[in-house]
Design a protein around this ligand. Structure first.
Ligand SMILES: Nc1ncnc2c1ncn2[C@@H]1O[C@H](COP(=O)(O)OP(=O)(O)OP(=O)(O)O)[C@@H](O)[C@H]1O
Length: 223
């Protein structure tokens, strides 16, 4: 489904990563781990078509990132670390606003169900009154309005309580298992990574994460 071949990224002359080669199949949950500054967010934003690599090729469902990026973008749901919602709008108004920008149309009930599946039920509450965890859920729900086939999440569960973490985790599992979505997500929470991921990609020089996860019997690709 997603093929990454010899992907290399430099910022100016600084090499961030080199020759990443791996493939990801439908329905997989891939964890992206590594020390701070290893290049995880950079990789995710390249996969989201928001940055270009310095070398290497990428294809999604046989579409090339070089020539078909507009079509590829329609298949991608990207949730950056920063929460991007309208604070003064209610959850409902946020969902209706972003639905207007979406190429897949959904009615109000479908949008509400999307939030409820994530256990976000404050439909008529202004976003600024939501907890950090609920804001993250809203951020995620917005990025899924257009029914992406691949979901890229940059630390979706950072700084939120265990209950919300579990709810987001269950939602991700459902998306992968039932709806055959592919999920690639960054986390520093190794318990969560161990329990959710089918495979793990570890980037950076530090072997701490690699050893920890391999000792736990996980399938780890190291770059
Ligand atoms: N736009 C940019 N221009 C120059 N250097 C950048 C840019 N964005 C990121 N970097 C550098 O690239 C390296 C990788 O950054 P990145 O944010 O991808 O790492 P990360 O693994 O996601 O880190 P963290 O775990 O801290 O979020 C860092 O050294 C960072 O300073």
């Amino acid at each position: 489904m997603l093929h990454i071949d010899n992907l290399t990224k430099y910022y100016n002359k600084k090499q961030i990563f080199k020759d990443l080669t791996f493939s990801v199949e439908k329905g997989e949950i891939i964890g992206l781990v590594g020390e701070n500054g290893a290049g995880k967010s950079t990789l995710l934003s390249i996969l989201a078509t928001l940055q270009t690599p310095s070398a290497g090729t990428l294809t999604l469902n046989d579409l090339s990132y070089d020539s078909d990026w507009k079509k590829i973008r329609k298949q991608i749901g990207y949730v950056p670390q920063e929460i991007a919602i309208w604070d003064e709008f209610t959850v409902r108004e946020n969902m209706l606003f972003f639905e207007k920008l979406s190429w897949v149309k959904k009615n109000e009930e479908e949008l509400r169900q999307l939030c409820l599946e994530m256990k976000l039920d404050q439909w008529n509450e202004p976003a600024h009154t939501l907890s950090g965890g609920m804001k993250r859920k809203l951020n995620m729900a917005i990025s899924l309005i257009h029914d992406p086939t691949i979901i890229l999440l940059d630390e979706p569960t950072v700084g939120i309580d265990l209950k919300s973490k579990k709810e987001i985790g269950s939602y991700m599992e459902k998306q992968a298992k039932t709806d055959e979505k592919t999920i690639i997500y960054i986390s520093h929470d190794m318990d969560e990574i161990k329990s959710l991921c089918t495979r793990i990609i570890c980037i950076g020089q530090d072997s701490f994460y690699k050893n920890l996860l391999q000792n736990a019997g996980k399938n780890v690709l190291v770059f």
